[in-house]
Every structure is written in structure tokens, then in C-alpha cells.
Ligand binder design. Sequence first.
Ligand code: FES
Length: 105
Amino acid sequence: MAEKEMRVEKHPVLGVMGRGRRVTIFLDGEPITACEGEPVAAALYAAGRRVTRYTRKGHEARGPFCMIGRCTECSMVLEGWGMVRTCMTPVREGMRIWTPGRKGG
Ligand code: FES
């Protein structure tokens, strides 16, 4: 029996989003399969990516915390937009996301 896939289909702020079509987004240049319309942070989490940024002091890894746009722990660089809260940013096909503070990036 196939394992149930964990996806956000109803968000407390963004509302009901259903499960959009499969698209490819890019995290630090690597392709990731996501569902169109789901929060970017949720897509990254489903793909096993937990780190959204590194702190300037100490280079400590951070990841999504509140998932409702309050804490800014999920902030990442979205190409063409700059810094965004990925828990509040819907997936769009081909979007490119970069991890702030990543070494070698
Ligand atoms: S996880 Fe808190 S603002 Fe996105």
C-alpha cells in the first residue's frame, strides 16, 4: 500500500487550495516537484527540505515555525521578488528559490 503523501490543502490564512497540478520549482538550482498553489514552505517540507535560511551570526540553520506569516523564519529569496515568507507564497511553475546565508551559494 502506498504511503499517504503529506500536502497542505487547507491553510489558516491562504484558505482552501486543493491539490494543484504537479510542477517543478528550483531550490538553490536543484529541481523539486511541488503542487501548484501550495505554500512554498510546505512544498519544501514535503521534499524533505527543512532549512530555509542560515543566521548571519553563527550560521545556524532555521526553518518554518508558525506557517502563518508571523515569525519570518521561513524567509527565502525568490528570484525576481527578493525576500519572501515562503509559508505565505504559493508555488508557481518554474519559480527559483534561494537559501539566504547558504555557504557556497
Ligand atoms: S513560518 Fe513563520 S512566517 Fe513563515
